[in-house]
Design a protein. Structure first.
Length: 441
């Protein structure tokens, strides 16, 4: 059958409108899909924004907890941490008005793995998001939620010894037949040398565990040794020295009271403060370090020049006083080393500050001072707290039982020699604290 030209131009009248119907049906599906894409994108963008603000608010609260940690121990006693978190949320569009948003701040958190733990801030934000194209399905608003947990605290750095040098052979070197025993926490050695830890001469290096960036040599090492680890950052690098921004000021001049004990021996009473060129303390002398409660200088002995030289002297803390002390070796003059030598008839007893930014520090040597901290032990040593000399070597030698030389050593290098026995026993309550301001969840 032949189709006329007229019929081709007009089309088949029996199919008229079919395409329009199909287009209309498909358009509804396309619009629904478009609504899902657009509203889904808006909801995702809001979710990202809410989470970012929750993180920022939690960190703001954590900063407040950190600032007051030395006195409040992670408890928001004055509500300042809650206020800081709410302020950050409000500044970013979540005013906690109950209509468009709600912001809940919990200190300590009420859920999750940190629930009930001091030093943590939990922030929960709920945002009401209006629909756009998806109104074709429902006119109800969509709620977008985010939760964040941050921590602000001063916490003990869990280590007995940290050697900061990253390339030295024998960054920790043990010579002679003596022993070093590290207990209660790991040892960290940052040197990448194949002999970062070097034990020789019959000596022993007994550790609970040691983590070495490089490797070690010698047969006198006992304990679990792990090599090839990443270097450990200086945990006290954030801590400003006296007189620096954010730190206690350099104390006023200290005072020394010298009293004769006969036989050419003297008792020296030293009070917290700044000193230039302390006298050398020798055999038969008794040196009494007075504690923080004795005056207004915060227990800081600021050694501007001359260091500290005690040779066979009796060194003790003042009885009946509190707060402990911190020796800060500024080293701005000459002869700035710390030298403490004992004998069989003498003892050395010092304990660190018990509160404030320097809590746990018994000795803080300037980060620019590389002179050795030398301890020669033939007597009895009872030093607690952290010995912190990040640019220097700690040299401990002698033939006595020099037990208890600090709870923690953080130094560039460590050298041990002689026939004595040296113990470094970690106690979390007596060591310096590192700073933690971080998101946790």
């Amino acid at each position: 059958m032949r189709t006329s030209r007229h019929e081709l131009l007009l089309g088949d009248p029996r199919r008229s409108g079919t395409v329009l119907v199909m287009f209309t049906v498909c358009l509804i599906a396309i619009m629904g899909l478009l609504a899902m894409v657009i509203d889904g994108g808006l909801l995702r963008a809001e979710q990202v924004r809410v989470r970012a603000v929750a993180d920022a608010a939690a960190l703001a609260g954590a900063c407040k907890l950190y600032q007051s940690y030395s006195t409040a121990n992670g408890i928001d006693t004055d509500g300042s941490a809650v206020k800081a978190a709410l302020a950050i949320a409000a500044d970013n569009g979540y005013a906690n008005d109950g209509a468009n948003s709600t912001v809940e701040v919990n200190i300590p958190p009420t859920s999750g793995q940190y629930a009930g733990r001091a030093g943590y801030v939990e922030v929960l934000i709920t945002s009401r998001q209006d629909r756009c194209f998806s109104n074709i399905w429902s006119s109800d608003s969509v709620h977008v939620r985010a939760r964040s947990v941050a921590r602000g605290a001063w916490v003990p750095f869990h280590a007995t010894i940290l050697s900061l040098d990253t390339g030295e052979k024998g960054a920790i070197s043990v010579k002679g037949s003596g022993s070093l025993t590290s207990a209660g926490a790991p040892v960290y050695i940052n040197s990448n040398s194949s002999s970062a830890l070097d034990v020789s001469g019959g000596g022993t290096f007994a550790v609970t565990s040691a983590y070495i960036t490089g490797n070690y040599r010698g047969n006198g090492t006992t304990g679990k040794i792990t090599t090839g680890v990443h270097p450990t950052p200086d945990p006290l690098d954030y801590l400003p020295a006296p007189g620096e921004l954010g730190a206690p000021h350099v104390p006023s001049a200290g005072s020394v009271i010298k009293t004769s004990m006969g036989d050419n021996s003297y008792q020296y009473d030293l009070y917290p403060g700044a000193y230039n060129n302390l006298p050398p303390f020798g055999n038969g002398d008794k040196v009494i370090f007075h504690q923080a409660s004795s005056n207004g200088n915060g227990g800081i002995f600021y050694l501007a020049a001359g260091g500290l030289n005690c040779s066979s002297a009796q060194v003790v803390m003042a009885a009946g006083e509190t707060g402990g002390l911190m020796l800060y070796n500024a080293g701005t003059g000459s002869g700035n080393a710390i030298n403490i030598t004992g004998n069989k008839d003498s003892s050395v007893t010092l304990s660190p500050r018990t509160d404030g930014p320097y809590a746990g520090l018994v000795l803080f040597q300037s980060r620019t001072l590389s002179e050795d901290v030398t301890i020669v032990g033939n007597g009895s040593f009872n030093l607690s707290g952290t010995i912190y000399a990040p640019a220097a070597r700690i040299s401990a030698t002698g033939n006595g039982s020099a037990s208890g030389i600090g709870s923690q050593w953080i130094c560039r290098e460590l050298y041990l020699a002689g026939n004595g026995n040296i113990n470094v026993t970690y106690t979390g309550s007596t060591v310096a604290r590192t700073r933690i301001i971080a998101l946790m969840e």
